[in-house]
Design a protein. Structure first.
Length: 98
């Protein structure tokens, strides 16, 4: 019995070492995963779009992230929104001054 237990332990170590060497994008069977880090804890999640494939994620530090592929890839929107907002303000300021 002891020989069987040590064999199972050795086999488990080999399996765990194989999983630890898998890169951050994995495909095992039909399940795919990808590691993505955000700047803080999640505050809110909203699924949107006609087929709920788009996800908006708000963090505790007020960062906004968007995924258009059911959460497989993410884009941080803060800089995009800030740039768009500044552009809009500049355009409206020019219209008001004219």
């Amino acid at each position: 019995m002891k020989r069987n237990t040590s064999f199972l332990f050795f086999a488990l170590l080999i399996v765990l070492s194989l999983f630890s060497s898998i890169p951050s994008i994995n495909s095992i069977g039909n399940v795919q995963s990808k590691l993505f880090e955000i700047d803080s804890d999640v505050n809110d999640v909203i699924w949107c779009g006609s087929n709920n494939q788009s996800i908006l994620l708000l963090t505790e530090l007020s960062s906004l992230y968007k995924s258009d592929d059911n959460g497989f890839s993410w884009k941080k929107l803060n800089d995009i929104l800030l740039h768009t907002g500044k552009q809009e303000l500049e355009e409206n300021e020019n219209e008001v001054l004219s």
